[in-house]
Design a protein around this ligand. Structure first.
Ligand code: FPP
Length: 243
């Protein structure tokens, strides 16, 4: 299966909305948090496959600004799972030359989660392999509004002129500054929307939605490779025509 994927057209950046953990658990009469735990297992497999495929960036929607609306017990369980994942996996991630990066507001996260994320970023900051961007307490509209505020501030301080503003400059004010736009965005679980994830960055991203039978805990490395194969069969025109 790994051989079927063309090494030449590996997406540089894959973004994933890991949806369906709750339904996976409910179908097995288990608590929703058991689905999230199984979701972490799926994530481990996808990170490993991404390293093998030499993907440069993997961006994961782990917790949105809207996810605070969930019951407190589920929010707590999700935060604890992230802490547990980073505590258990940091040395292995580091050994594999993986760089951990966070997108989203660190303020507002429980202290142990904030500390663990900061530590993971610090330990892995010089790694040159796969960059795993974990979006936690992230919302794309808030990110865009924040970019506008920063630009306005820089104009007021005479560090920037309104004439300097273009798409490239705007990208540099987003939290994804320096990260190429996603080539492929995968959402599992059969919902066909972006849910406030990477809205500016996904203008020309290839979107791949699995059907509702494939929930995030079911997303194996085989399905990941199938998604990349589908991506490799798409024709990207970026608004132009085929030549
Ligand atoms: C959506 O499923 C999933 C989430 C809100 C959380 C995703 C988090 C993980 C996979 C684990 C933690 C991540 C890291 C980085 C260690 P849902 O609960 O909305 O599923 P449903 O649509 O079936 O209810």
């Amino acid at each position: 299966m790994f051989k079927a994927v063309s090494a030449k057209q590996i997406p540089r950046h894959i973004a994933i909305i890991m949806d369906g953990n709750g339904r996976w658990a409910l179908a097995r009469k288990m608590p929703r948090t058991a689905g999230h735990r199984q979701g972490v297992e799926a994530l481990r497999e996808i990170i490993e496959a991404s390293v093998k495929l030499r993907i440069a960036h993997l961006t994961l929607f782990a917790f949105s600004t809207e996810n605070w609306k969930r019951p407190e017990s589920e929010v707590k369980a999700l935060m604890s799972l992230m802490v547990e994942f980073l505590q258990k996996e940091l040395s292995e991630l580091h050994k594999n030359n993986i760089k951990i990066n966070m997108l989203g507001r660190i303020q507002g996260l429980p202290q142990d989660a904030a500390l663990e994320i900061q530590k993971s970023m610090e330990v892995t900051k010089n790694n040159k392999g796969l960059q795993v961007n974990i979006a936690i307490n992230y919302g794309s509209r808030a990110e865009i509004v924040q970019a506008v505020k920063k630009i306005t501030h820089d104009i007021c301080k005479n560090r920037l002129s309104p004439d300097d503003i273009n798409e490239d400059l705007f990208s540099r004010y987003l939290e994804t500054a320096g990260i190429p736009d996603p080539d492929l965005l995968i959402r599992t679980g059969g919902e066909y929307r972006l849910s406030n994830f990477l809205l500016y960055q996904s203008a020309y991203t290839e979107l791949l939605f699995t059907d509702r039978q494939v929930l995030w805990p079911d997303f194996t490395s085989r399905r990941f490779l199938e998604a990349i194969l589908e991506y490799q069969n798409r024709i990207r025109r970026f608004g132009g025509i085929d030549v």
